[in-house]
Design a protein around this ligand. Structure first.
Ligand SMILES: [Zn+2]
Length: 105
């Protein structure tokens, strides 16, 4: 096998969790009549960490706890690295394709 591809595969094999999406901070009103948050936006509850992602064209939203945020940030970083490695792999494949000569009959 091409040693460059072998090196890419080795790097990919060291990646664990991979996830995509966006992390947002959100403030909310709770809906209780006697709560401060009814009066002014500055009393709104939060921030809550919201993760949004696309799945089959639909946007999926999830509220996360601190530990999940930590894991998700790592998974985002891994996903980026994974995508970059796959891009390099595609580029190597393209270069290889360009080198293939027609058969001489
Ligand atoms: Zn409230």
């Amino acid at each position: 096998m091409n040693p460059k591809i072998q090196a890419l595969k080795k790097k990919i094999s060291n990646i664990d969790w991979i996830l995509k999406g966006t992390l947002l901070k959100q403030y909310k009103q709770c809906g209780k009549n006697n709560c401060h948050c009814r009066q002014d936006k500055k009393y709104w509850h939060g921030p809550y960490c919201i993760w949004t992602r696309k799945e089959k064209g639909k946007t999926i939203t999830k509220t996360l706890n601190q530990n999940q945020i930590q894991m998700l940030k790592k998974a985002f970083k891994n996903m980026k690295e994974f995508d970059q490695l796959v891009e390099k792999w595609k580029m190597l494949s393209l270069l290889h394709l360009e080198k293939i000569k027609p058969r001489k009959d």
